[in-house]
Design a protein around this ligand. Structure first.
Ligand SMILES: Cc1cc2nc3c(=O)[nH]c(=O)nc-3n(C[C@H](O)[C@H](O)[C@H](O)COP(=O)(O)OP(=O)(O)OC[C@H]3O[C@@H](n4cnc5c(N)ncnc54)[C@H](O)[C@@H]3O)c2cc1C
Length: 377
């Protein structure tokens, strides 16, 4: 038997769930997720920050447009906050000051920044080395957020469910065909689903899903990123530590469940997969942590890796494919998929069911997947 809906969403990560939550009031929506649970891949493996120090003006505009949602989530999200205030500190050594000045100018239109000298850096983040062998200047956004990824995903799921949308887990899509004005989807378990509109929110697998449907890929590059956790020095006030990041893409660290986490901000090419950390990147995270801070990484408590998937221009691909009817792309969120999910979901709803365009600063054609049509098939 074939289950029929108005819109099928492939992928139960933050992209698919947020889109389903935004669409569910206007259409009969079903999310198909390959895993038995939601958020198993990138959405459950992130650094869970909301900040403006990554990407470019377009990513920052999507982030800014999402802020109100994090500060005041919809009622269906319940009482659990989805973000808590955490300062974001971007620091620079003497040889990195030009880059810090440039970043400060880029972020200034989006967030209020404080410029910190060595004393102020040490006060905000006593773990950082300052002076000759460390940071000499920094910018701080005291209004950054640490996202509760569990609460965020559950909130989207509750919102879609309360509006009548359904989630089918353990549904790995293995066949997609267009038949009589509908997309007909089969899973490896032999289940069949159909709907006039198909949303491709399959994360690192989005190009593979497109190929299943005979749609030209956008050229996604899944890049692995590694995180380790370890003990902070005794007496560290973890409650007040910021998210601290080098101005270049070398290292970030922050408090994590009574310990610290750190990432060497690696970008290793990967196939779409259940990403696992590599020994080199684990060692690099520990090395850079010791190089930039007073922390000695005596033992690594846990480690994980996840994929950040980028289009060739590192902007998301959001919109209907120009080479297939009612095939909608929602992919390429890179390293900002959690923090931009509210704005991206509103854009999806605007493009699929209509209504006002939600992010005036970002024109639809800058997100359109059609810009990649020259990619080889
Ligand atoms: C280490 C790391 C740090 C990060 N830090 C941040 C951060 O601080 N802030 C931020 O905003 N973002 C961050 N990100 C990025 C963010 O996690 C991603 O942009 C976001 O999770 C992407 O969401 P997604 O739903 O597209 O992908 P995913 O969460 O991977 O979801 C895609 C889903 O599609 C499913 N799927 C794939 N193929 C099929 C199929 N054939 N059939 C059915 N289902 C299928 C998969 O099982 C998967 O669950 C980070 C990412 C990593 C890895």
């Amino acid at each position: 038997m074939t289950q029929t809906d108005d819109i099928l969403v492939i992928g139960g990560g933050v992209a698919g769930l947020s889109a389903a939550a935004a669409l569910a009031a206007s259409a009969k929506v079903r999310v198909l997720e390959a895993e038995e649970q939601i958020g198993v891949h990138s959405s459950g493996r992130s650094a869970t920050m909301f900040h403006y120090a990554l990407g470019d003006a377009l990513i920052r505009a999507l982030t800014l447009a999402s802020r109100a949602f994090f500060d005041q989530p919809p009622e269906a999200f319940g009482d659990t906050p989805i973000g808590r205030r955490m300062a974001v500190l971007v620091h620079a050594r003497e040889d990195e000051l030009v880059a810090l000045d440039a970043l400060e100018a880029e972020i200034a239109p989006f967030a209020e920044l404080d410029r910190l000298d060595q004393g102020a850096i040490a006060a905000l983040c006593p773990l950082l080395r300052v002076g000759d062998d460390g940071a000499v200047a920094a910018i701080a956004d005291m209004n950054g957020l640490r996202i509760d990824q569990h609460a965020l995903l559950q909130g989207y799921w509750r919102t879609m469910r309360s509006a009548g949308a359904e989630l089918t887990t353990g549904a790995r899509v293995s066949g997609i065909a267009r038949d009589g004005g509908s997309w007909c989807v089969t899973t490896t378990a032999g289940e069949r689903f159909s709907a006039p509109i198909l949303v491709n929110a399959a994360g690192a697998w989005a190009d593979q899903v497109a190929l299943l449907a005979g749609v030209r890929r956008v050229g996604l590059r899944p890049l692995r990123r590694t995180i380790i956790t370890f003990d902070a020095p005794a007496g560290t006030d973890l409650d007040h530590l910021p998210f601290a990041k080098t101005v270049g893409d070398d290292l970030y660290f922050a408090p994590e469940s009574g310990r610290l986490f750190a990432s060497p901000m690696d970008e290793g090419d990967s196939e779409p997969c259940d990403s696992q950390p590599e020994e080199y990147d684990i060692a690099l995270a520990a090395f850079r942590m010791e190089e930039r801070t007073h922390v000695t990484v005596k033992a690594i408590h846990s480690r994980w890796a996840g994929l950040r998937s980028f289009t060739p221009d590192r902007h998301p691909a959001v919109g209907f494919a120009s080479d297939a009817e009612n095939f909608f792309w929602l992919a390429g969120q890179g390293g900002a998929g959690l923090q931009t999910s509210p704005a991206m979901a509103a854009i999806v709803a605007s493009l699929i069911v209509g209504g006002d365009w939600p992010v005036a600063a970002v024109a639809a054609d800058r997100l359109s997947p059609g810009r990649f049509l020259r990619q080889p098939a």
